[in-house]
Design a protein around this ligand. Structure first.
Ligand SMILES: Cc1ncc(COP(=O)(O)O)c(C=O)c1O
Length: 387
């Protein structure tokens, strides 16, 4: 019955045919040279110095947090986390014993509310701030970076659902000390499962690489690897299996990298199609509904179109109309994470006016590159008629 899905696979038939052709060459499948090629293409595209490919956006966040902890750069374990984002944006902070402080959502971009953030910075002096770039609408990065400079915090930037969005010509995910990306099905581009961490800091890059693979130094550049071997006086036979950190195995494979390289070849097309659909939704719906308002120098690249109904009752009416017309829908991201059991049972309810409104009145409409403008027109009409 569903005719308009929330997400469609960006790995299309042609990509599958190419994959089959590649598999027939009997290639190496585990992490190898294609992973290095994908990482290199990614960092060039993003404009950052280093990138580490891993097996999901959640793993990318996990790597960012533990890398930060091992880097010795955190002056305390307090971290500001967003109310609107994803559970695995926050989960590593809890898992690694940080003290998370939840921040209200900005009324325009739904990222961190800058006034609330500054009051937390003044009161608690957290070492770290985790920013989610919500749904491909870039946050107010001029103000964010000014706060970073003023208070000296480390910025972790979760751009998992914002690939291809940019602010004043700079791609999101390249503002923070580290940035994370997700290549899960339905995101801007897909490697089936997959994620990336990017940074400009060589030391962080080395720790990321070690943590991704058990804690060994095999993936480091020769000079970094050798300096560890010298420092710990490791003999030749032991060298490949010496563990410098208590690591994970969060590697992706060359099969995923093969798909990622193919996706990057059509990334500009994917981004422009998503933008086009987003802007068309905006034309139809912005007057009647509360939606994210980007800064004027921002380029949006959304994976779904998010909107807020007037109230819970109106959301129910709109959702019913969408379902009746074969249009898939869902809540806005995860709503307010401060209302979820994982948070409430540990820290108590975190209720904020904007985040709560997103929780109770927000919904998603489909956006993907294969959705046509006439589909967007139809879906918008269903929403407007229902309201
Ligand atoms: C903001 C954000 N961070 C992290 C993730 C997790 O990414 P993955 O599904 O690749 O683990 C998601 C997933 O949608 C997300 O929206």
């Amino acid at each position: 019955m569903i005719k308009y899905y929330m997400a469609e696979d960006t790995i299309d038939r042609k990509d599958i045919q190419k994959l089959i052709g590649w598999l027939k060459t009997n290639p190496r499948l585990t992490k190898g040279k294609l992973t290095l090629e994908f990482e290199s293409k990614w960092r060039q595209w993003l404009g950052s110095k280093y990138s580490v490919f891993c097996n999901s956006g959640s793993s990318a966040n996990l790597l960012m947090f533990y890398t930060l902890l091992l880097s010795g750069r955190v002056k305390n374990k307090k971290v500001v986390v967003p109310s609107v984002g994803w559970v695995t944006s926050i989960a590593p902070a809890i898992q690694f014993g940080f003290k998370p402080i939840m921040c209200e959502a900005d009324p325009d971009t739904f990222g961190l509310d800058l006034n609330h953030l500054e009051s937390i910075l003044k009161k608690h002096h957290p070492s770290t701030v985790l920013l989610v770039q919500v749904l491909g609408v870039p946050h107010k990065m001029k103000e964010m970076m000014a706060l970073k400079k003023k208070y000296g915090f480390i910025l972790l930037e979760d751009a998992c659902a914002a690939i291809g969005a940019s602010y004043q010509g700079k791609k999101v995910g390249s503002f923070g000390d580290m940035g994370s990306f997700s290549f899960y099905f339905g995101h801007q581009m897909s490697t089936i499962e997959g994620g990336m961490v990017s940074t400009n800091d060589k030391n962080l890059q080395n720790i990321l690489l070690m943590l991704r693979s058990h804690g060994w130094s095999k993936d480091l550049d020769n000079a970094s690897h050798k300096s560890l071997v010298r420092k710990y006086k490791v003999d030749d036979f032991h060298t490949p299996f010496v563990f410098y950190e208590p690591g994970f195995n969060l590697r992706a494979t060359d099969l995923n990298a093969f798909l990622g390289i193919g996706q990057m070849e059509k990334l500009n097309w994917i981004i422009s199609r998503r933008q086009e659909n987003h802007l068309r939704y905006k034309q139809h719906l912005a007057e009647k509904f509360y939606i994210q308002k980007p800064e004027k120098d921002s380029v949006i690249c959304s994976i779904h179109f998010g909107m807020l109904a007037k109230d819970i009752q109106q959301r129910r009416t709109i959702v019913n109309a969408l379902v009746k017309n074969g249009i898939e829908t869902r809540i806005f991201s995860a709503g307010n994470l401060g209302l979820h059991p994982f948070w409430v049972t540990r820290y108590g309810k975190a209720s904020f006016p904007v985040a709560d409104r997103i929780h109770h009145c927000g919904l998603f409409l489909p956006n993907n590159p294969s959705l046509k403008l006439r589909d967007v027109d139809f879906i918008s009409k269903v929403v407007l008629n229902a309201a």
